[in-house]
Design a protein around this ligand. Structure first.
Ligand code: DX5
Ligand code: ZN
Length: 221
């Protein structure tokens, strides 16, 4: 049986002057659009404030997968669920109350996501699996697009897949996903793929999404 695969392109490296248009270019072939929210505190980069992000969510023709790289995630994450994001992911490194925040995201009708940076192990967060709809394993240090996939994260992806077991939790990878790396990430157990520069630096973003999906879909469960 083939595992269900989702491609969630990141617009971090798209044309910021026309994000609604950029999202439309990949809409027919993508599952969700991945929106990176950075506050220049949790990571050394800034993307959108809440008002700008809300406008993107309102105008997006695809459901939005918000990836919050912000401190104070406990306060901010439920707000992103409230404005209609389909999925809201917070970092374990940026929260004081994981369980409560995951519950708050779900209570607003969004899927709850829990992310770990490369130096954070996943095992100690296994206890939250009943409250989690998606684990996100960062395969680069968060902050910037266009970095190289960290192959030493493969073991962590495998561990996360074992933690998930038969639960319907998605396993997302983010950072350096491309034609060269998506198959090894799939083989390790990932089923949901963020791809930023691979998609939006390609001459045909939609064709690249389709290519990535084919490559990811070729590994049996
Ligand atoms: C990095 C972001 C990623 C980024 C991925 O901190 O979380 O979502 O857009 O970009 P690529 O695919 O270029 O590594
Ligand atoms: Zn991201």
């Amino acid at each position: 049986m083939l595992r269900e695969v989702r491609i969630t392109p990141s617009i971090l490296n798209a044309n910021f002057d026309d994000l609604a248009g950029e999202i439309r270019r990949i809409a027919d072939v993508s599952d969700l659009v991945h929106l990176d929210i950075m506050d220049n505190v949790f990571v050394p980069n800034f993307t959108f404030d809440f008002e700008a992000a809300s406008k993107i969510v309102r105008e997006s023709v695809l459901p939005v997968d918000a990836h919050l790289m912000v401190v104070d995630a406990d306060r901010i994450a439920p707000q992103y669920a409230e404005i209609g994001c389909a999925s809201v992911t917070l970092h374990v490194e940026a929260t004081n109350d994981i369980a409560q925040t995951l519950r708050a995201i779900r209570s607003q009708g969004a899927r709850s996501g829990l992310a770990v940076k490369p130096n954070t192990q996943i095992d100690e967060y296994a206890e939250f699996s009943d409250l989690v709809d998606m684990y996100l394993i960062m395969t680069v240090e968060p902050g910037f697009g266009g970095q190289k996939f960290m192959f030493d994260m493969i073991e962590k992806i495998q561990r996360a897949r074992r933690i998930i077991g038969s639960r319907p939790i998605w396993l997302q990878v983010d950072g350096g996903i491309s034609e060269e790396t998506i198959e090894i990430a799939t083989a390790a157990g990932a089923d949901t793929f963020v791809a930023g520069s691979a998609v939006f630096k390609s001459p045909d973003p939609a064709a690249m999404v389709t290519k990535l999906r084919e490559l990811a879909g070729s590994v049996p469960e």
